[in-house]
Design a protein. Structure first.
Length: 118
């Protein structure tokens, strides 16, 4: 089992920044990669970014490339999502997820709300 807890969401004006955190506990030694997803109001959940447990490989959705940065601190078992130049369309509930090497996102956090005012 892996437990994930997100934090750092909130209200920000367009053009502003936020940093989300995802603290992992439990079988973190089994984690292959970590990811961030988001679900805008009335829409399906979508991929935002992912990072390998080593931190060497990162992946981003086209919509956030150049604005968002995913990183990790293995000593703290924490993954971050630095979000800059936020747009109203970035408003969503953001979820952290963990893949234990099965090519599927097995564990999910409870989500944190990001609201961007125009």
């Amino acid at each position: 089992q892996v437990q994930l807890v997100e934090s750092g969401g909130g209200l920000v004006q367009a053009g502003g920044s936020l940093r989300l955190s995802c603290a992992a506990s439990g079988r973190t030694f089994s984690v292959y990669r970590m990811g961030w997803f988001r679900q805008p109001p009335g829409k399906v959940r979508e991929f935002v970014a992912a990072i390998s447990w080593s931190g060497v490989n990162t992946y981003y959705a086209d919509s956030v490339k150049g604005r968002f940065t995913i990183s990790r601190d293995n000593a703290k078992n924490t993954v971050y999502l630095q979000m800059n130049s936020l747009k109203p369309e970035d408003m969503a509930v953001y979820y952290c997820a963990a893949d234990l090497g099965s090519a599927s996102w097995t564990y999910w956090g409870q989500g944190t709300q990001v609201t961007v005012s125009s």
